[in-house]
Design a protein around this ligand. Structure first.
Ligand SMILES: NC(=O)c1ccc[n+]([C@@H]2O[C@H](COP(=O)([O-])OP(=O)(O)OC[C@H]3O[C@@H](n4cnc5c(N)ncnc54)[C@H](O)[C@@H]3O)[C@@H](O)[C@H]2O)c1
Length: 447
């Protein structure tokens, strides 16, 4: 479903009118286009610091225009250098309160020199891993700073904080290929932790080459977009949906040269059927199928409650366990669960849905350490308001609120969720596990 307000706000008359009466003016976000090769098309500014040195070593693969700041070889001067498409600030060395002013000193001059849809990343060390309470406090301060600055960015700018664990420095390239590129256009104000990971990406143009991926609920909406994105990145995709969606599933499968499985994931023999359909095993498991049956709790029927919990939470639990126990899910597999910001913030009329989605986040957190030995990662992706058939059915007022109540002032596209899922599906993304990544334009809900 299209967002007519964005079209209006970006027309010449609309732009002037929106500015004159102080309405939100969301910009059209820059997204990844087919055929593009480099993550950053424009200037990339790096700060000083040991982690920034690591980034410098591969930055030439991102763009031809890399600049350093705050070092003797500083080549970017505010007001004189080019506008910046991407910025990486290494804050890992900040250990006490006085040093935090470096954040203001670095970011303030460049805020007026950012290109449209700029991507900013702050690198730090996870506070819980630091012995010195003052250093831990300084690193935790980065979180408040990042989330606030993300809310102040204009023209589609986004900002994330990555806490880089000991030994995880080699995972920076994969993470920054995602967070500095338009693939993460609708993600902002997020905090993620990277850990060491032994499985590298071999070919950045096809990071999922040789990987078998199952996508549930693949016939339409976000699931279809995930399937297309995984196929683009080189995965062999298997599409699953209910028998009623067979026509759509077959059409997509023909486009992607993919296999299909028509199956209700809640069927009693669903696990057995899946295992039978996957004799060669699986490297990426994407639990995307989901339903809503909204009612306030006072009016919630047992049928509505049971259906949502069965599809959204019980089926991913039962099927993942069966695929693990049978050895169908390979070592170093990647599991991604489609949660929702409703599962983080709660939402009126969605006690059943929010419970199911919060349960998925809990599942990822609890399972991650247990699967670590086999190199398997499990994460939740929590979309905010995404333009699909599911959200097209929301009443007009609520739909508009869902779109505008975020730092980017608009809904996301299925592609935005798909890009995040595809990144978490990469071999190198074992660096991230047990976490929930919000794809919500920094929605105010639950922030
Ligand atoms: N659209 C959003 O704004 C949004 C926001 C947050 C989270 N999500 C989540 O993202 C996922 C995809 O959402 P969407 O908007 O594309 O939904 P959608 O309704 O457009 O598509 C869901 C797909 O899942 C399939 N499905 C449902 N029950 C199934 C079952 N029992 N067995 C097999 N397949 C089944 C449906 O047939 C459909 O093809 C869902 O888990 C949803 O909860 C969506």
């Amino acid at each position: 479903m299209s967002d007519r307000y964005i079209d209006f706000a970006n027309s010449s008359l609309g732009h002037r009118l929106v500015a004159a009466i102080g309405l939100p003016s969301p910009v059209r976000l820059e997204r990844w286009q087919a055929g593009r090769l480099r993550p950053v098309e424009g200037a990339l500014l790096l700060s000083g610091g040991a982690l920034a040195d690591k980034v410098q070593a591969f930055a030439h693969k991102f763009t031809d225009a890399t600049y350093r700041y705050g070092t003797e070889a500083s080549t970017w001067i505010p007001g004189h250098g080019p506008t910046l498409k991407a910025v990486v600030f290494d804050a890992s060395g900040l250990q006490h309160t006085d040093q935090l002013k470096q954040l203001r000193e670095f970011f303030q001059p460049l805020l007026k020199n950012l290109d449209y849809s700029a991507h900013l990343v702050i690198l730090g060390r996870a506070p819980e891993c630091l012995g010195d309470p003052f250093a831990a406090s300084a690193q935790r301060a980065l979180e408040g700073f990042s989330r606030s600055l993300a809310k102040e960015l204009r023209s589609g700018g986004v900002l994330q904080l990555l806490y880089v664990g000991e030994g995880a420095e080699d995972q920076l390239e994969g993470a920054l290929r995602f967070f500095l590129s338009p693939k993460s256009a609708y993600i902002s104000g997020q905090v993620l932790r990277l850990q060491a990971c032994a499985t590298p990406v071999e070919d950045w143009t096809r990071p999922l080459a040789g990987r078998k991926a199952l996508v549930t609920g693949a016939a339409r909406g976000i699931g279809a977009s995930i399937a297309e994105t995984l196929a683009r990145d080189g995965a062999e995709v298997i599409l699953l949906d209910v028998p009623q969606a067979k026509a759509d599933l077959d059409a997509l499968a023909a486009r992607l040269s993919a296999r299909t499985i028509t199956l209700d994931i809640c069927a009693e023999d669903a696990a057995a059927q899946l295992i039978e359909h996957l004799p060669d095993g699986l490297d990426i498991l994407l639990h995307n199928a989901g339903i809503t049956r909204d009612k306030t709790l006072a009016n919630m029927t047992p049928e509505y409650w049971d259906a949502v919990l069965a599809v959204n939470l019980n089926a991913p639990q039962v099927l993942t366990k069966a695929l693990l126990d049978s050895g169908t899910l390979h070592d170093n597999a990647r599991v991604v669960l489609l949660a929702s910001i409703s599962g983080i913030a709660g939402n009126r009329g969605q006690t059943n849905y929010a419970a199911s989605k919060a349960g998925l986040i809990g599942l990822a957190q609890a399972w991650a350490p247990l699967l670590q030995q086999r190199g398997i990662s499990i994460n939740a992706v929590a979309p905010g308001f995404i333009e699909t058939q599911m959200t097209a059915h929301i009443p007009f007022g609520l739909r508009e609120a869902g779109r505008r109540m975020s730092s980017l002032g608009q809904g996301g596209l299925p592609q935005d969720v798909a890009e995040a899922v595809a990144w978490l599906g990469q071999p190198g993304s074992g660096a991230v596990t047990g976490q929930a990544l919000r794809v919500c334009g920094q929605s105010l809900l639950g922030a």
